[in-house]
Structures are given as structure tokens and as C-alpha cells.
Write a new protein. Structure first.
Length: 161
């Protein structure tokens, strides 16, 4: 439910279990559904820089005393530059997931059209909800926090630049 790109009611207490022990990261994608789990500092940055684009739900992480949050990105924008993207694969009509026909299965060289982002600063893409796209200011703020378990790839402009 946290990866559907829609506002949610408060789900109540959430406990995240740790699969791989180690130092807690400030931003990770957890589980098969790749649910965004962030530190309090990352949550505050997202809420400050993209207030209408995300919801934060408190989450306890097994055996960790720090506060964490599940991030629910509520903005979904139709801005994929299919002509400018590379490695585009669509779900087919006869795919095992017929409800996804016409959606993107994968895009290895994703490009978006910034003029179609509707001012969103953190959003998911219509028909391809794998990545979370953030504005440059959000990316820079998260990088300043550090200890991220995620990486950023530019999705605007010339990919070779």
C-alpha cells in the first residue's frame, strides 16, 4: 500500500524487521515491495522540501532505538519521455500480469520531461512506479544527511552529459 502513489489513512503502529544486520541507514527500500524507510532527519527533509508530495508514518525498526518513518509518495506524474529513454520494456497483453498491460516493465535509461512534472518535488511515475523521482534540491539535502542506502541517477537532460 505504501508504493501505490495514493494518500493513505494512518495505518497505526508499524514494526520493520531487520533482515541484514549492520549499521542503520538513513534511507533504504525495504522488502519485496521496496517500501521507503527513512530516518527522522530524512523524513524531516522530505516533509520540509516536498510537503504536498509525501506522507510520513512512524515506524519502529526491530532492535533500533532511533525513530524511523515509512514514506508514502502520494504524487504520481505522467512525465516519462519515452522517446528520450532507452531500454524501454512494456508489459504485454499476454503477460502474467494482464492488469499491467501498457505499463512499463522496465526502463534502463529513464528520461522525464521536466515541464510535465506539475511542480512536484518528490513523485512516482504514472505507468512505471519503480523509482521515486526527487527535485535537485531534495537530492542535495538528502546527500548532505548522508549514510543513505540509495543512489541517485539524473533523469533530465542529455544522458551523456
Amino acid at each position: 500500500m505504501f508504493t501505490d502513489g495514493r494518500p493513505l489513512s494512518d495505518p497505526g503502529p508499524i514494526l520493520a524487521r531487520v533482515r541484514h544486520r549492520g549499521s542503520p541507514r538513513a534511507f533504504v527500500f525495504a522488502g519485496v515491495q521496496r517500501v521507503p524507510v527513512v530516518s527522522e532527519e530524512v523524513g524531516q527533509a522530505l516533509k520540509t522540501l516536498a510537503p504536498g508530495d509525501v506522507q510520513l508514518f512512524p515506524a519502529s525498526v526491530e532492535d533500533v532505538d532511533e525513530r524511523f518513518f515509512i514514506v508514502n509518495v502520494v504524487r504520481v506524474v505522467d512525465c516519462i519521455d519515452e522517446a528520450g529513454s532507452t531500454g524501454v520494456q512494456h508489459y504485454a497483453e499476454d503477460d502474467p500480469f494482464p492488469e499491467r498491460a501498457g505499463e512499463f516493465r522496465w526502463i534502463s535509461g529513464l528520461r522525464i520531461l521536466p515541464e510535465k512534472t506539475e511542480g512536484a518535488r518528490a513523485f512516482m511515475l504514472k505507468r512505471f512506479k519503480h523509482p521515486i523521482i526527487v527535485a535537485e534540491e531534495v537530492k542535495e539535502a538528502l546527500e548532505r544527511i548522508g549514510n543513505l542506502g540509495v543512489m541517485f541517477k539524473r533523469v533530465t537532460g542529455n544522458p551523456g552529459a
